[in-house]
Design a protein around this ligand. Structure first.
Ligand SMILES: C[S@@+](CC[C@H](N)C(=O)[O-])C[C@H]1O[C@@H](n2cnc3c(N)ncnc32)[C@H](O)[C@@H]1O
Length: 273
């Protein structure tokens, strides 16, 4: 296994993930029966507001058929599969977690999308691509794990074609410290939140200009309220399959952090000069 710097501990490295996914998917369809990417949304869209947020980000980012798209920090591959299916483009995902990369490949076999999506084990800080090869980049709920924002955004700028766009969807610092453990970090040493203005400054310093800017906090607060109301409801297969049985507690801490104004959510699109 390649060793990359800045691995957020064992947080995204669950053991036995393939077997747990197989068991969860058996509840949705018999093995051998193709699944629709949207059917997996509860367990493979690892960010606030799930499928809806990915659809909105792809729309805001202007992703169209034929675009070469890179998903940085692709997780279980849900956003890549949804964007490939709904926008008619090819998507490459990279992720630091080898376990997640393998899971993303398995789930893409189950949705019959291995020709449209590809997943590689790589660091966002050292993308394994030449210069100017992607039309669009997605970065959803990943920057919160990365301290070296300047390097991150410069690296994305490097692989974008001139006029290419990076569509970001981040939790951002707002009125205070978030409540831990969180979905992206069980303790503060793995969380590197910036506020919205500092995020924009870091992206623009890397040679990208702001095209679209949306404070997504009100929508995230609606999501948080629904999530907290559902606590105690019968469990359905969700991100706990990948992240462990305490995941609802992590998600509830994010919901409370949003409701208490400690954090916000930003959706924004930036263009390479
Ligand atoms: C909260 S998950 C989001 C996954 C996916 N973007 C989504 O929205 O479904 C964060 C992901 O970022 C990945 N990640 C964190 N730091 C990374 C880095 N330096 N390079 C590549 N991936 C990274 C993690 O392994 C994890 O899969």
């Amino acid at each position: 296994m390649t060793n990359f710097p800045q691995t957020p501990g064992s947080h995204y490295r669950p053991a036995g993930l393939r077997e747990r996914l197989e068991r969860a998917l058996a509840l949705l369809a018999p093995a051998g029966q193709a699944l629709e990417p949207g059917q997996l949304g509860a367990l493979d869209q690892f960010h606030t507001r799930g499928l809806a947020a990915t659809r909105e980000l792809a729309e805001l980012g202007g992703i169209v058929a034929g675009h070469a798209v890179l998903d940085v920090g692709s997780g279980l591959g849900g956003p890549a599969r949804l964007v490939a299916a709904s926008r008619g483009c090819r998507v490459i995902g990279i992720d630091l977690s080898e376990e997640f990369v393998e899971a993303a490949r398995y789930l893409s076999e189950r949705t019959g999308q291995t020709a449209q999506v590809e997943f590689l084990h790589a660091s966002a800080l050292a993308l394994p691509f030449g210069d100017a090869v992607f039309d669009r980049i997605l970065l959803q709920h990943v920057a919160m794990n990365i301290r070296q924002r300047t390097e991150l955004y410069r690296e994305m700028r490097r692989v974008l074609v001139p006029g290419g766009r990076m569509a970001a969807y981040d939790v951002v610092r707002a009125g205070g410290e978030p409540l831990y453990p969180l979905p992206w970090a069980r303790s503060p040493e793995h969380s590197f939140l910036l506020d919205a203005a500092a995020t924009r400054d870091a992206v623009e310093a890397a040679g990208l200009r702001t095209l679209a800017w949306r404070d997504d906090t009100p929508a995230a607060i609606g999501w948080a309220q629904r999530l907290l109301q559902a606590v105690g409801a019968p469990p359905a297969p969700g991100l706990a399959v990948a992240m462990g049985e305490d995941f609802p507690q992590l998600a509830a801490n994010l919901a409370r952090s949003l409701l208490q104004g400690r954090v916000g959510v930003l959706m924004a699109v930036f263009e390479a000069a």
